[in-house]
Design a protein around this ligand. Structure first.
Ligand code: MV4
Length: 451
C-alpha cells in the first residue's frame, strides 16, 4: 500500500481524499495556491506545499510544480480529484515516468475517452448502444448535410474534443446547418485547438443517467449502479439522485451490463463513469465516459456502503474491488451548494462566510471545506458544499432534504440553497418526472426566503 499520497486538488474533494487516507493510515501532502493558504485541506494534511499564485494555471494546473512537490515530500502516489488535472493524459503519463502512481486513468484511457468520436467508436465495438449518426468524424459540411438527411432532423453536431456540452449545436433543418456548422467549428477551434466534428440524431428531452464502474485494468470490471443527473442548468449539475426514478430493475441491469462491456473492452483501471442518455421509450445510448471520481460519487457511497476513494486507492495499489455488481438498497440525493445567486442567473458570489450552520442528524452528510470566517476566493469553481441525504424511499429523502436545507445557514454570500428549497416543493420533481429541459422553464425569480 502507498505510504504517502499527494492530493493535486483543493476544496471539498481534497478534504474528502485526506479523510480516507487518514483512515487507511496513509500520509498526505496538500498542495495549495497563495489564495488557499487558509484552506482546511492545508491544515488537515500531514504536509503542505505552496505551489504558486492564485490562478489555476500557476498552481493546480502547473504540472512541474506538482511533480516537484511530490518529489521533495517523497509521495509515492498522486490523487488528482476531479477537474484540474484529473483527466489530463500528459499528467498521468508524467506521473508514470517519475515513478509516482497516478490514482486515476492511464494516459491511453484518458486519450481514448477524451476524444469523443474515438470513445464512441470504442463503445460501438464493445457492443454498447450508441446514438445513430455519422461514422466517425465528418469530412465536410456537405457530408454533414447528407448524413442529416439520411437519419432525419433534428440532429446534433458535437466537437470530438468537446464534452460536457461544449462545442455542440442542435440543428433542426437543412437551412440552419451551415451557420451551426461554422459556429460550432469556430467555437471548438478556439476552445480546444481542434474543430473536428461528428453528428448524431438529436435525442429529444432525454434523462442523464450514469453508471459508476470500477475496472481492474485487465478486463475485469464491476458496476455500482446508476446516478440520475437530469437536473442540470447549462450543463452544470445541481441535483443528483440514486436510484433513478426512471430505471426498472431490467433497465438497470441492461445499462449495467453495457457499462461493464465498455469498461472491460478498454481494459480500464480504476473508477470511471459511463454517461448515458435515456429517452422517453426507455432506450439508452452511450454519451461520454468520465475517467475520474465525480463530484456526485457520495450518493453511490451512501446506497452501496463503499468508500469509493478507498476503492480507487486500493485498485491503484493492485487490490481491485470484488467482481460483483452492487444495487442500491436505499435512496440518496445530493444538492450542490454553490456560492452563486440563483435569482441572478447563478452569478458567482465569492466573499466571506460570516455565519455558518451545517445541518446534521440521521441520514444527512455534508461534504465541505468551508467554515465560519472562511473567504471564498473568486478564482475557482463556486461549489462550497455538497448536501447528501439518505433514506428508505425517494419521498423520505425529499422530506429529509427539505429539513436539512432549512437547517443550513450560510451568511455573507448568496447560495443555491433557496433554489433547492423551491425545487424540493416542485410537483413534477416530486413525481420524478422531468427531463434535461426541466430547468429551462423553472421560475428562479421567486425563491423562498430562509426561515
Ligand atoms: C445529446 C443530446 C441529445 N441527443 N446527444 C450534453 C452534454 C454532452 N455530454 C452531450 N449532451 C447532450 N448530447 C444527442 N445525440 C442532449 C445533450 C444534452 C444534455 C445531456 C445531458 C444532460 C443535460 C443536457 C442538456 C442539453 C443537451
Amino acid at each position: 500500500m502507498f505510504k504517502k499520497i499527494l492530493i493535486a486538488n483543493r476544496g471539498e474533494i481534497a478534504l474528502r481524499i485526506i479523510r480516507t487516507c487518514r483512515e487507511m493510515g496513509i500520509k498526505t501532502v496538500a498542495v495549495y495556491s497563495v489564495a488557499d493558504k487558509e484552506s482546511l485541506h492545508v491544515r488537515f494534511a500531514d504536509e503542505a506545499v505552496c505551489i504558486g499564485a492564485a490562478s489555476s494555471a500557476d498552481s493546480y494546473l502547473n504540472i512541474p510544480r506538482i511533480i516537484a512537490a511530490a518529489e521533495i515530500t517523497n509521495a509515492d502516489a498522486i490523487h488528482p480529484g476531479y477537474g484540474f488535472l484529473s483527466e489530463n493524459a500528459e499528467f498521468s503519463a508524467i506521473c508514470e515516468e517519475y515513478g509516482i502512481k497516478f490514482i486515476g486513468a492511464s494516459a491511453d484511457a484518458i486519450n481514448a475517452m477524451g476524444d469523443k468520436a474515438t470513445a464512441k467508436d470504442y463503445m460501438k465495438k464493445a457492443g454498447v448502444p450508441v446514438v445513430p449518426g455519422s461514422q466517425g468524424l465528418l469530412s465536410s459540411l456537405d457530408e454533414g448535410i447528407k448524413v442529416a438527411e439520411e437519419i432525419g432532423y433534428p440532429v446534433i453536431i458535437k466537437a470530438t474534443a468537446g464534452g460536457g456540452g461544449r462545442g455542440m449545436r442542435i440543428i433542426n433543418n437543412k437551412e440552419t446547418f451551415k451557420k451551426a456548422w461554422d459556429d460550432a467549428r469556430r467555437e471548438s477551434k478556439a476552445a480546444f485547438g481542434n474543430d473536428a466534428m461528428y453528428l448524431e440524431k438529436f435525442v429529444v428531452e432525454p434523462r442523464h443517467v450514469e453508471i459508476q464502474v470500477f475496472g481492474d485494468g485487465k478486463g475485469g470490471a464491476c458496476h455500482l449502479s446508476e446516478r440520475d443527473c437530469t437536473i442540470q442548468r447549462r450543463h452544470q449539475k445541481l441535483v443528483e439522485e440514486t436510484p433513478s426514478p426512471v430505471l426498472t430493475t431490467e433497465l438497470r441491469d441492461e445499462m449495467g451490463q453495457a457499462a461493464l462491456a465498455a469498461t472491460a473492452f478498454i481494459n480500464y483501471e480504476g473508477a470511471g463513469t459511463i454517461e448515458f442518455l435515456v429517452d422517453k421509450f426507455g432506450k439508452f445510448y452511450f454519451m461520454e465516459m468520465n475517467t475520474r471520481i465525480q463530484v456526485e460519487h457520495p450518493i453511490t457511497e451512501e446506497v452501496t456502503g463503499f468508500d469509493l476513494v478507498k476503492e480507487q486507492i486500493k485498485t491503484a495499489a493492485g487490490i481491485p474491488i470484488s467482481g460483483r455488481n452492487y444495487y442500491p438498497k436505499k435512496y440518496a440525493m445530493e444538492c450542490r451548494i454553490n456560492a452563486e445567486d440563483p435569482a441572478k442567473d447563478f452569478r458567482p458570489s465569492p466573499g466571506k462566510i460570516t455565519q455558518l450552520h451545517v445541518p446534521g442528524g440521521h441520514g444527512v452528510r455534508v461534504d465541505t471545506h468551508v467554515y465560519a470566517g472562511y473567504v471564498i476566493p473568486p478564482f475557482y469553481d463556486s461549489m462550497i458544499a455538497k448536501l447528501i441525504v439518505t433514506g428508505q424511499s425517494r419521498e423520505e429523502v425529499i422530506v429529509r432534504m427539505k429539513r436539512a436545507l432549512d437547517e443550513f445557514v450560510i451568511e455573507g454570500v448568496k447560495t443555491t440553497i433557496p433554489f433547492h428549497r423551491k425545487l424540493m416543493d416542485d410537483e413534477q420533481f416530486n413525481k420524478g418526472i422531468f427531463t434535461t429541459k426541466f430547468l429551462e422553464t423553472f421560475d428562479f425569480s421567486d425563491l423562498p426566503k430562509s426561515i
